[in-house]
Design a protein around this ligand. Sequence first.
Ligand code: UGA
Length: 473
Amino acid sequence: MEKKQENMQISVIGSGYVGLVAATCLAELGHNVICVDNDPAKIAALKAGETTIHEDCLQELLSRHRGTRLFFSTSIQESTRDARVVFIAVGTPSAEDGSVDLSFVESVVRSLAGSMNGYKVIVEKSTVPVYTSEWIENNLAPKGRAKREFDVVSNPEFLREGTAVTDFLYPDRVVVGASTERAAAIMREIYAPLVDGSYAQLSSAVPKPEKARALPLYIETSPRSAELIKHSSNAFLALKISFINAVANFCESVGANIEEVARGIGSDSRIGQDFLHAGIGYGGSCFPKDVAAFRAVTREFGFEFPLLDEIKRINEEQRLRFIGKVRSALRTLKGKRLAVLGLAFKHGTDDVRESPAIRVIEQLLEEKCHIAAFDPAAMDRARQVLDGRIAYASDPYAAADGADALLILTEWKEFANLDLVRIKRLLRSPIVLDGRNVFSHAEMAEAGLSYHSIGRPSLAPAHSLLKKGHIAG
Ligand code: UGA
């Protein structure tokens, strides 16, 4: 029987979104954690108490545990010496063909192979394709290293940017794919405070979000199933978004309203309301990469899964369709001055990786538009990508000043409170194209703005389509 440890010694390798949040939250659960990164500047910043990412509650938890239960290091060897469990949370970017580039994982595994000193559980936390746990095992035990010195476990992460800390501490489910009881028991011990609800009862606990489950499900599987759960979950969520976007496009053909349709579909408890918000498509560091990676791994195993291609195709088409709408609202794009609200890939984050907003802007720049943009959080990150090609406005009104149209590209709640009458006064032509359905037609009409959104008919009665002969009578 594995001796029960009060505080587990854990090493987390990688201090990106997943690694830093996991390390901090594991310390919050009472474990002793060392978080490792090979970027000395990042580690120096973290040692000095600065967060390197923008996440609610993270700074507070870092300050709470830094130097007592949470330490930072650049050395894998040093940080794993006393560790019973090593989480691998390094980046797994896309290779050119869409498959996962596992080179960062490989180099961590190589370092680990040289510094194993007794039984450890090696946990894959990064998103990786099925069979990676076997691959890690083979790389850790190349020349007859006793298999009993380690176990490899797949423990995918389901946190969302913006709510990463509460997603970790109050998850819907914890998925653990272990192939031995020894490793499974250690993993159960790590997550016990979450699964038995004792963490939530602490007076110091991060408050539980309203929508969180009373207690998370703890799902034990094989490592391969756990790996597949992660890819399939993200692909399914992306599918929901592409599906609703395709339905939204059809709503435009027949004069139906996607919000009414989505509400009607989503109230079937088997389907659910979440991820049925139509817009200009999904982005971020996960969905585009994971859909492509899932497709690549299915192909590698000779399995055809064209639905995954279709999810991606609809997503890309959604942006082009939106640009088509801007073109038809303005007649020509060349030389137009456009105000853009929103640069982040979604609200609540400063992340612009694979941001649909940035993609739309890049396309509009190719069409020779002039752009002034504003985002509540992502201006600095966007500057690193778009540099001097656009102007950066100090607020939404400065962006709108003198523009030929206003475009809303990220669903920030802040935008919903805009003074539309002021916007109308500032715009050169009173045109708003809302790629995220932040506003209603009624409020735009009241402000005297000509409004175009996704999958929602204008205030003109839908039966006018019948007269135009667009719908068979
Ligand atoms: C996503 C998943 O939601 C997490 O469960 C997962 O752990 C994470 O990827 C990951 O693999 O690390 P995240 O990328 O932070 O999380 O963002 P989401 O909140 O899922 O949004 C993704 C994109 O979909 C955004 O561009 C968002 O604007 C778009 N979206 C989302 C829609 O267009 N419509 C919706 O109804 C929902």
